[in-house]
Design a protein around this ligand. Structure first.
Ligand code: C5P
Length: 401
């Protein structure tokens, strides 16, 4: 596979494995990719700017405050002029700085300023790698879409054994190629619309009606569809979880905003309605905070039904997605309700799940679902919400093939 025409910004932080960065530069140049190197102070203890410059055939950047560097290419431009940023080796320190958003040298500043994909190849002592702080930083970075080439296991320079060795340069190159030239997935060229999270229906400027949906299942479905190559629009109510990588997120608060955002995202090949939309909204939400009046009766709230987003988008018409999937979260009569919902809402499939409090599904990490369609009912085993999402995405790809 060729990387001709691509530009990689390679950040080399300090560590005994920094010598392998030289080999990575050579491999990237061999594939035709342009390589610009940024060397941290600690990195320059292990490899010299001169050797990197010779292999990359480009200027090597080291200093945040060098006036020549800023006039030739400021750090913002440096971070934006590449197709991909690669940190190899990535020390525990630079991973911590990335996770915390610190920018105290050129490498960390470039990483904070970039809007390009980032790949890290960690390398460090096994204890440092396994330390909860490092693991938490890696999780944070992954949630933000940073890709990780996992370190390998083996004997280390410090006479210990375990995970923490820098992945081999050909493996890092393969990860770079996969990011720059992704193989077309089974959903490439398809547009998927996903709703997720709760909606908030205002009572007044500070109070609202909501529900316990975390958005985990809907967000995982959006991520899984994107992994299979779909272009994904995720219309999300207010959630506290991170945006999935490679997905266009349209944040909304109320059901009516969610419907508007769904309509303007059409056309779509598939629509998955995983949001827990509030069934009712308050008629005439107060523009000012409703005051507690001593001795007065509490305010009476008049509720109006919200539009049914799934039923609206699933109604026959030129813009109806080919495949429309709804969810049925029920605490009783699960199957009967799911089947009724399939017909009533004109959906193609209903993903039915029991959300009785004892199942721990609402807000939890796992899910037990049944797929209800005109073809019948399919029971899936207890799976994590991520696995439910991946399995559903594969089924969607088969149905659209
Ligand atoms: O009617 P019920 O709320 O049980 O239906 C659940 C399904 O309908 C889910 O897929 C949910 O996202 C969708 N829904 C919707 N708009 C509503 C209510 C539910 O899209 N107002």
């Amino acid at each position: 596979m060729s990387l001709a025409g691509n530009r990689v910004l390679l950040i080399i932080s300090g560590g005994i494995a920094a010598y392998k960065a030289l080999e990575l530069v050579r491999l990237l140049r061999g594939q035709g990719s342009g390589v610009t190197c940024v060397l941290t102070d600690n990195g320059s203890q292990f490899v010299t700017p001169l050797s990197l410059q010779a292999l990359s055939e480009s200027k090597v950047y080291t200093d945040l405050f060098s006036l020549t560097d800023e006039s030739e290419m400021g750090h913002i431009q440096l971070s934006r002029s590449a197709d991909l940023l690669v940190v190899a080796p990535a020390t525990a320190n630079i991973l911590a700085k990335m996770a915390a958003g610190l920018a105290d040298d050129l490498a960390s500043t470039v990483l904070l300023a970039t809007d390009k994909p980032v790949l890290v190849a960690p390398a460090m002592n096994v204890r440092m790698w396994l330390h909860p702080a490092t693991q938490a930083n890696i999780t944070t970075l992954q949630q933000r879409g940073v890709r990780v080439v996992q370190p390998t296991e083996g004997a280390m320079a410090c006479n210990e054994f375990g995970p923490g060795r820098l992945a081999e340069p050909p493996d890092i190159l393969a990860a770079i190629e996969a990011l720059l030239n992704p193989a077309p997935g089974p959903l490439s060229g398809r547009h998927a619309l996903v709703t997720s999270g709760p909606t908030h229906e205002p009572i007044d400027p500070v109070r609202y009606i909501a529900n316990r949906s975390s958005g985990r299942q809907g967000h995982a479905i959006a991520a899984a569809l994107a992994e299979l190559g779909a272009r994904v629009t995720l219309v999300s109510g207010p959630v506290t979880i991170a945006d999935p990588p490679d997905v266009t997120v349209r944040p909304v608060e109320t059901a009516r905003q969610m419907l508007d955002a769904c309509r303007s995202a059409l056309p779509a090949d598939v629509a998955v309605f995983a949001a827990a939309v509030a069934d009712w909204r308050v008629d005439h939400a107060s523009a000012t905070k409703i005051k507690k009046q001593p001795g007065a009766a509490p305010p009476a709230l008049t509720l109006l039904p919200n539009p049914d987003i799934l039923a609206t988008i699933a109604a026959a018409g030129p813009d109806r997605p080919r495949l429309v999937i709804g969810f049925a979260a029920e605490t009783d009569d699960l199957m009967a309700n799911a089947r009724a919902k399939l017909t009533r809402k004109n959906a193609d499939w209903i993903v039915a799940n029991d959300v009785s409090p004892e199942t721990g599904i609402m807000g939890g990490a796992e899910n037990v679902v049944h797929i209800v369609s005109a073809a019948g009912i399919e029971a899936w085993p207890r799976l994590t919400k991520n696995d439910v999402a991946r399995r559903l995405a594969r089924r969607i790809a088969e149905a659209l093939a």
